[in-house]
Ligand binder design. Structure first.
Ligand code: ARG
Ligand code: ZN
Ligand code: CA
Length: 251
């Protein structure tokens, strides 16, 4: 067990009415993130017995920034009014004030999370370490994914999932519908395709006769209510990549 890493977070709320997202919702979202990363989520009871030995508690926690990029006192919540109805996936406009979004705060000092309307198709997306310009480094989530929203994606777990990508986790099924594609994590079973909803009968790569796939993992596409765990190796990969690729964020 290493010591806990504390990541300062800034939430950029970029909406036609940014007050639609309240401070209480932001607090609930960061609580959700911290509970999930601490492995303190009560719904971890959904983990089947055969996967319990792999249930991990990553030593990563998050706190709202208390200073802004100019070192002035801040609550870590940045509200920006935009004229853009909705953004789409990998839409850089949300990350630039000049294009109708909000500028990142120095990515060496802050984990940037943009909250925006992404229309009907997308819940969120993330950059991987060293994959994008500094000004675009971070996570974007749809505002309706914050805790307290209706629907199967309204419990705040999109940010748990996207933050996994931010720390270099891949989707559990390896993003290809075949059994050769892997997530580079040994303690997640090979999985042919993503899971929708809350069950995954008889995956061709790890059929039920061999125990079945780990659709309870945060890096699947399961409903918020059914994704409940990271594994030991995912914890290790996230902690390692945090120290390796994001050392100043961790310090
Ligand atoms: N589709 C998105 C992604 O690939 C997010 C999926 C989040 N799932 C959820 N149950 N909140 O990053
Ligand atoms: Zn994803
Ligand atoms: Ca695996």
């Amino acid at each position: 067990e290493g010591s806990t890493i504390y990541i300062p977070v800034v939430f950029h709320i970029v909406l036609k009415n940014p007050n639609l997202v309240t401070d209480a919702q932001i607090q609930a979202q960061i609580d959700r993130l911290n509970i999930d990363y601490a492995g303190l989520n009560p719904d971890s009871t959904l983990i089947p017995a055969r996967f319990k030995p792999y249930f991990a508690k990553p030593n990563i926690q998050f706190k709202l920034a208390q200073r802004n990029a100019n070192d002035e006192p801040s609550d870590g919540i940045d509200r920006v009014t935009t004229a853009i109805d909705n953004f789409t996936i990998d839409d850089i406009r949300v990350k630039y004030a000049a294009l109708g979004g909000a500028d990142a705060w120095d990515h060496n000092r802050f984990f940037n999370v943009w909250i925006a309307d992404l229309g009907q198709q997308y819940l969120g997306y993330s950059t991987f370490p060293n994959s994008s310009p500094a000004a675009e480094d971070g996570v974007v989530i749809k505002y309706t994914t914050l805790p307290g929203n209706p629907g199967v994606y309204g419990k705040g777990r999109t940010l748990t999932h996207e933050t996994g990508h931010f720390f270099y986790l891949y989707h559990i099924w390896g993003d290809e519908p075949d059994c050769a594609a892997d997530d580079f994590i040994d303690d997640t079973p090979l999985q042919g395709n993503y899971t929708s909803g809350c069950s995954h009968p008889n995956d061709p790569c790890t059929p039920d006769s061999k125990g079945g796939v780990m659709y309870q993992n945060f890096m699947d596409y399961t409903d918020d209510a059914c994704m409940v765990m990271f594994t030991l190796e995912q914890k290790n990969r996230m902690e390692t990549s945090a120290n390796l690729y994001r050392p100043s964020l961790v310090a």
